[in-house]
Design a protein around this ligand. Structure first.
Ligand code: OAD
Ligand code: ZN
Length: 332
């Protein structure tokens, strides 16, 4: 089912919602700005975005992120050829890479998922400057919500309040028995995972699964916040994601929602959208808007540029230093 979902949606991406194949190859200018309709219209730029934030003309910033913001912390993303997790799952002996997040395979053999879980478990890695940039946005009262597809928990570790987060693909912070649905204590889950033990329910002996969203499972209820957040947003930042999460939300539940790629279409037409990513993805490729800005290339480099334009460089460095010191103290 998951693969079917993936392929169907990939086709949608290539052909676009209007049905025709979009030519995107010449749309990105040398500077990386993108989306201007016609030569008379001034291109919206990274400077314009910075100015909107700096002057507080935008105060309801919604952020969407994926695995690309955690690669600077040393965590591989999913789809980058060669380095991405899906190209490096040979050791787990999976029938195909995505099986690691499929319930059917998990019930057949939960070991590969727990081996990966041990590697990705929060505590093994630290937030980087991008997480702290979002923290600074929030400290300044400008962050409406951060939607993350990441399960590494680094947004929490950076100190962004949980109320400002939507962990769309779940979290290791809670776990549930797959049979009786009882919740399982986080510290027991951690202990089992670290000891390479498949966690089992003390009541019914069913396998316990961290509340990470597998293909076909509904997204967490908090994801419904998007219905309020996106129409209210006055700026949308998208970083480090291929916007390819299809298949995760095909469960028959009220939480059934549109995938991330379509979510970026849910902000009002006048709202600027900034994509910082190595690749041109999602609606930025197949349905660009006049106030879209695309900064292709390394995510850290581009965030640093934005921070510089904002005049926040020193403040961000101080924050990183302070928070890193705290983590050193906690030996995380
Ligand atoms: P992907 O691996 O699909 O996409 C990561 C994107 O970040 C790619 O476009 C990369 O080119 C880009 N990228 C990586 N490192 C970068 C860097 N240093 N600078 C700039 N760009 C960089 O990861 P996601 O979009 O997060 O599901 O994947 C979405 C979901 O698919 C995941 O949440 C996962 C997976 O199936 C679950 O975990 C359940
Ligand atoms: Zn149970």
């Amino acid at each position: 089912m998951a693969l079917w979902g993936r392929r169907a949606f990939s086709a949608l991406r290539v052909w676009g919602p209007g049905g025709g194949r979009k030519c995107i190859s010449n749309s990105v200018s040398a500077s990386g700005s993108f989306g201007s309709r016609g030569s008379s219209e001034k291109k919206f730029s990274l400077q314009d975005v910075a100015e909107l934030i700096r002057t507080r003309a935008c105060q309801r910033v919604v952020v969407m992120v994926g695995a690309g913001i955690s690669t600077p912390s040393g965590i591989p993303d999913f789809r980058s050829p060669g380095s991405g997790l899906y190209s490096n799952l040979l050791q787990y002996n999976l029938p195909y890479p995505e099986a690691i997040f499929e319930l059917e395979f998990f019930f057949h053999n939960p070991k590969p998922f727990f081996t990966l879980a041990k590697q990705l478990y929060p505590g093994n890695y630290r937030p980087n400057i991008i997480h702290y940039f979002f923290r600074l946005l929030d400290d300044k009262g400008l962050l409406l919500r951060l939607y993350t597809q990441n399960i590494d928990g680094l947004e929490r570790v950076s100190g962004i309040p949980v109320s400002k987060l939507v962990e769309a693909h779940g979290t290791f912070a809670s776990a549930t028995c797959t049979v009786c649905r009882r919740s399982f204590p986080e510290k027991d889950l951690w202990a089992d995972v670290m000891m390479d033990k498949v966690p089992c329910c003390p009541v019914c002996t069913g396998i316990v699964k961290p509340d990470i969203v597998f293909f076909g499972e509904p997204l967490p209820e908090r994801f419904l916040l998007h219905v309020l957040d996106f129409p209210m947003a006055d700026l949308l930042l998208i970083l480090g994601t291929s916007l390819e999460n299809q298949g995760l939300n095909s469960g028959p539940c009220a939480c059934q929602v549109e995938p991330f790629a379509s979510l970026s279409e849910a902000v009002r037409g006048s709202v600027p959208r900034l994509l910082i990513n190595r690749d041109l993805v999602g609606p930025f490729a197949w349905h660009p808007r006049s106030r879209d800005v695309v900064q292709l290339g390394d995510v850290v480099h581009n965030v640093e540029r934005l921070v510089e334009l904002l005049g926040w460089t020193e403040e961000l460095q101080d924050l990183v230093q302070r928070e890193t010191g705290k983590l050193d103290g906690r030996d995380i």
